[in-house]
Structure formats: C-alpha cells, structure tokens
Design a binder for this molecule. Structure first.
Ligand code: CMC
Length: 484
C-alpha cells in the first residue's frame, strides 16, 4: 500500500451515519497495531477499516494518519477524546507520539467537574444545577457558598452551623496588621490581599494536611471567613484609618460593609438594600468553572501546596485586567470616554484595534453574560439609595452601539459581568482599586471547591503541560573570547 504523505485526517465520527465519510475511510486499509499501555493511551484500540455501507453507531472517532496510512479508532466519551489516546499515533516506534496543541486551552477539558455548568451560546450559568437567576433571587452568599462546596443546598441546621463557623473565623492574627502596615499608603489592595492570603499559610501550618477532610474543612472556614477581613483591612490601610474588627452579629456582606465603612458609631447598621446588593454580587461571582484563576488554583494546588498559597496564586490570576481586574478597567475606560457623545469615537478606536472595550467579550459566553443582566438590574436598586452614577449613561451608550455594530456582532462580543459591576461599586463608595478585591472575596468559595474536587479526583496529578520545542538543536558551547 502506498504511504500517503498528507496531514492527519479525522476520518469519521463513528457515532453519526458514516455514509458521507465512508469513501474517505475506504482509501486506507492498513490497520494500526498498538499495544494498550497507559503511556500509549488507555482507550486506543487497533481497528479494522470501516465500510461505507451498513455501519453501525459506535462511540468512537476514526483517525487516519496520512503520513503512513494508519488508521486509529479512539473512544469518545462526553463528546471528548482523551489527548493521551493520540500518543500512539506515530511514524516510528521511537517517536514521542502525537500531542494536541491548544494554546490558552481554548478547546481542552482539563478536568471532570460537577460544580458549575455554563452554556456560553445560550447564556446559561448554574451552580450544582441551580440557575444563577434563581439563586440570586432566593439564596444568600453563605448558602450559595455551601451549595458550591458541598453539592447540595444546606438544611436549616446545616446552614446555621456553616454560618456559625464562617462567622467565627473572621478574625485574623494581629500580626497580619503588621504586614499591612508595611505597605505604602497607595499600595493596590489586590497586592495586599495576595500577600496577606499567602501569609495565612505561615499561621496555619496544619493546612498542609490537605488529604485530611477535617483540616480541609477548617481551612475552608478560615479562608471564606477571613478574606473579607483581609480585604477590608487593606482598604482601611489605604485610607490611613483604624482597622474595624468583625461584628459577628451582622450578615456576611453586612459585616464586610461594617469593616469597610464604620467610623464612630458604636454599632454599624448596614443599609439593607446595599447589604443585599452586595450579597447578590457575591452570589454572581462565587464560581465560574475553569476560568484563569480557578485553573491557577487547581494547577498550583496540584503540587499539593497548602490552600492559602494556592488561593494567593488564584487571587493573583484574578488580578489581571483580562479577568477580575476588568471591572476596574471598565470604570477607568468610562472615565476616559467622559461623555456620551464621545462613545462613537471610542468605539472606532476599539474597532481599529487600538483599545479593548473593557467589560465586553468572554472566552465562553458568546451571548449576553447572564450575570451582567442581573448586575444591570441591581445597579438601579443601588442608584435609588446612593444616587445615579452618571457613568451609567456612557455605559448604556457603549452597549447600545456595540450590540448593533458589525464588529461586535460578528465576534459575538456581549457585556460580561464586569461591565456594570464597577458602576455599582463606585456608587456604593468603593475606590476603583477595590473592585477586583470585591470579585476575589466571593470567588474564594469557588476556588476551594475546585481545589478540593481536583484533590479528590483520582485521575488528577500534578499539572504539567507539554510543549512543542522549536528552539536550537544541540550545539557546542562557544568560549567567551570566540563569541561575536
Ligand atoms: N474589545 C474589542 N475586541 C474584542 C474584545 C473586546 N473587549 N474581546 C475580544 N475582542 C475581539 C478580539 O480582538 C478578537 O478579534 P479578531 O478575531 O479580529 O482577532 C475576537 O474579538 C475574539 O476574541 P478573543 O481574543 O479570541 O477572545 P478570548 O476568548 O481570547 O478573550 C477576553 C476573552 C474576556 C479576554 C476578551 O474578550 C477581553 O479581553 N475582554 C475585555 C476584558 C474583560 O472584560 N474581561 C472580563 C471577562 S469576564 C470576567 C471573568 O470571568 O474574568
């Protein structure tokens, strides 16, 4: 049989009626003979060539390597093939074998998860099967965090116990204040948060016991309880104001507002509308499956480091302007645009590739981000209490133009969660630098759930991607005086 020097042809998804692909399959008759060791891919089986007629449905994918005419049949499960099943595809026995190249993991599933479901085309987000719309209407952040971490909504007594433990882990070691004091007055609060979360690992060496469920539970209480305190202390430090200690009689979001904004009053009474708005925003940000920061949490956690160090890494990933730092950048962008009638000129620059329209676009959502819809509604509730943020008109004009413009329509760029959150945060009195911090606090529950799921998944190992090496081949060292 002639060896065909053509690219690899994915011959047929054998689940569908094969007739339209059958002719191509018939061109190759050599059958791959492969052993089925783990290294070569568990699921790969040598296969006989398929025929066009009378093919029955099989959950496999047939691949033809046109470099040598070999044909491979790979199992399909959950609409996915295992990358390791490609490894046996090789010309010579000594070859490394086939890999898939996927920079930025655009089409790679790195795990099996039961936490969060997103359908980006339909604009659907669910935690453990519950829609984000229903949770934001009926749940609270502590309850949603419980759901995300435990898989089920808590009973009354479970919620009571959970809330008790979270509330009783809000205090931080006094020495953390000394770290904060070392930061410059204008230090970005995300930098302070990343550093102080990492520092928690030094206070809780028991956190290294990551395969002990009791230890994991304890660190979960601590992380969810202490993140708002670290964030609020960072904020107070930047203002040069004394730190406000947690008030265990307040709700999770109410206590956070207390630690941020309390001045001379003996007891802080949060405004109920703002307290609930913040609680809903926390629900909306609690998890978002395998985003950049969750991937950092899983990747760093896969080395079996303690959860505080992994959370510091995840917080750092969130800080970037393409991820959780986008809310800060949206506000800076709206300020730069300055007036509604400047929007068309700004959009022109975006289309010319000079700028990004911050708060627009998403790797997964190719439809309106369902969180953005809810945020937009809450914005008006907050404005009713705090006064209308004039930047909303600029934001609405950006959205109006973008949703009609061919550039955004063809690329399926819609507002994401960060587009309107900054307007709410600003109306509530937060400085822009605090915006990513307000994302990090609730996302902590999602990070821990992702981390724990990774740890308990028997298939997971230390994260270690491959590369395609295109650098120099072996060359001889050149002595310094011979170099040009
Ligand atoms: N403004 C203008 N053009 C954009 C934007 C934007 N915000 N986002 C994507 N595009 C263009 C991009 O240039 C590309 O154009 P072309 O095909 O001509 O090269 C096309 O749309 C496809 O974009 P992409 O770069 O393949 O998209 P991605 O999946 O790599 O990036 C993203 C996703 C969120 C990083 C990106 O949309 C972006 O930078 N948005 C602005 C930052 C932002 O709002 N981030 C918050 C995301 S939601 C919160 C979170 O969960 O992190």
């Amino acid at each position: 049989m002639a060896v065909l020097r053509r690219p690899l042809a994915i011959c047929d998804v054998n689940r569908s009626r094969a007739a339209r692909f059958g002719v191509q399959c018939q061109a190759y008759v050599e059958v791959a003979t492969l052993s089925t060791t783990a290294e070569k891919g568990q699921g790969m089986t040598p296969t006989k060539p398929t025929s066009a007629a009378g093919e029955t449905r099989r959950d496999t994918l047939t691949i033809v390597d046109n470099r040598n005419g070999r044909q491979y049949e790979i199992p399909i499960k959950h609409d996915t093939i295992r990358a390791m099943d490609l490894r046996p595809i090789k010309i010579h026995e000594s070859d490394f074998g086939m890999m898939n190249y996927d920079p930025a993991f655009s089409n790679t599933a790195s795990c099996i998860s039961k936490i969060t479901f997103i359908d980006g085309d339909k604009g659907i987000l669910r935690y453990r099967g519950y829609s984000i719309e229903e949770l934001s209407e009926k749940s609270t952040y502590p309850e949603t965090a419980y759901l995300i971490l435990h898989g089920e909504l808590p009973t009354q007594s479970q919620l009571k116990e959970w809330t008790y433990h979270i509330t009783h882990h809000t205090f931080i070691h006094e020495s953390i204040k000394k770290f904060l004091d070392g930061f410059h007055y204008d230090a970005h609060p995300m930098g302070m948060l990343i550093s102080t979360v990492a520092a928690l690992s030094t206070f809780y060496p028991d956190a290294k016991d990551i395969f002990n469920p009791e230890s994991r539970r304890k660190q979960t209480y601590r992380l969810i309880g202490k993140m708002p305190t670290l964030a609020a202390f960072a904020y107070r430090h930047s203002l040069g104001m004394p730190y406000v200690y947690p008030d265990n009689d307040l709700s999770y979001s109410g206590n956070f507002l207390n630690m941020l904004f309390r001045t001379t009053e003996l007891q802080y009474h949060p405004n109920p509308t703002l307290e609930r708005a913040l609680d809903i925003l926390f629900i909306l940000h609690a998890d978002h499956e395998q985003n950049c920061s969750s991937t950092a949490m899983r990747g760093v956690g896969s080395s079996h480091v303690d959860p505080y160090s992994a959370t510091a890494a995840a917080t750092a990933a969130l800080y970037g302007p393409l991820h959780g730092g986008a809310n800060e950048q949206v506000l800076r962008m709206l300020l730069e645009i300055g007036a509604v009638n400047n929007v068309p000129a700004y959009i022109k620059r975006v289309k010319a590739g000079e700028k990004l329209l911050m708060g627009f676009g998403h790797r997964v959502y190719k439809n309106y981000d369902p969180r953005a819809r809810i945020v937009k509604r809450i914005a008006y509730e907050v404005f009713d209490v705090m006064g209308r943020n004039p930047l909303i008109d600029i934001a609405l004009e950006c959205e109006r133009i973008a949703l009609e413009d061919e550039y955004f329509v063809t690329r399926r760029l819609y507002p994401n969660v960060d587009f309107y959150t900054g307007l709410i945060y600003q109306a509530m009195g937060f400085p822009v630098t605090m915006f990513p911090v307000l994302f990090a606090i609730p996302r902590t529950s999602g990070w821990i759930a992702q981390w724990e799921e990774m740890l308990l998944d028997a298939e997971q190992k230390i994260s270690r991607p491959r590369q395609i090496y295109l650098g120099y081949d072996l060359r001889s060292y050149i002595p310094l005086d011979h170099r040009k």
